[in-house]
Design a protein around this ligand. Sequence first.
Ligand SMILES: *Cc1c(COP(=O)(O)O)cnc(C)c1O
Length: 332
Amino acid sequence: MTPPLLHRCWPELTGTLPYLRLGDAPTPVRPLAGLGCRSAVWLKDESGYGRGGWGGNKVRKLEWLLPEARRRGARTVLTVGGLGTNWGLAAALYGRELGLDVALGLIDHPVDDHVRAQLRRLRASGARLHFLHTRTRLVLAAPWLFVRHAHGLTPPYFLPAGGSSPLGALGYVECALELAGQVADGLLPEPGWIVTAVGSGGTAAGLALGLRLAGLRTRVLGVVVNDTLRLDGPTLTALARKSLALLRARGARLPGAEPGPADVVTDYGWLGAGYAHPTAPGAAALDRAASGAGLELEQTYTAKALAALLELDAAGRFGGEPVVFLNTFGPR
Ligand SMILES: *Cc1c(COP(=O)(O)O)cnc(C)c1O
């Protein structure tokens, strides 16, 4: 197994921070032409990261989270999400490879064909599904879920929504180190910005920390698509700092670079009526990506993120600097 860049850069982490590779790195970068942008736009394509092309941005988080669950002796991973949760499905499919059961607490949100198909996959995945409908009921049911899924005296390993714990966010620290390598290799210019959807924050926070550790001046623009969690800039900066503290606690000798408020900013202008509610700018961006750039997106995350990129670009907000769009959507 090729070691992760985090182990190669800080060998002292090798024995303290277990890792399981689940995809082929580096993921490709290419110019994203055909969108009619003023800025030079590049794609960092996470869609194929995973086993058998089952990809998207949740897989890199699991590379750190699943081995940690096993290290703790857990037999079951307990996590939460919406009805169409990409996260829960990824956890179920990859957890099984490690012999871990996955239990999911699910809450309601608008259902479309994509969500219905996703629910079918969730049922087929073997995950134990608990339909709790609302956040309040999920919180009230939590103690029961812990007892229900304990194995003897060992509780299930709990993962927050989207896998965005300080440990899960390391997946996108790794991705940022990879991007820095691609910049160093001359595959793309050093970007001014990287634009990504923010659903639970681990992707944006991890990128911000990784870019900082790699010494790039690239900032993260997080397009918030979820109104059920707190995901403002200070919250994501705090998560990035917790990931840094975790690396230090596991023995990494890291430079004094704390991620600051300028490293990750969030924009709520593209959320529309809320999580998983389609928007007109999102639908237009989805069409433009498909017809102009041959890029397949979905409505909940990536279409809204690209809509933001297109409009900010048209308004000259990237100041002529190259921009990277992170495609977090994986064909399933
Ligand atoms: C989960 C998800 C995101 C958001 O990533 P977070 O780390 O949860 O913020 C973006 N795009 C897609 C397709 C996702 O499934």
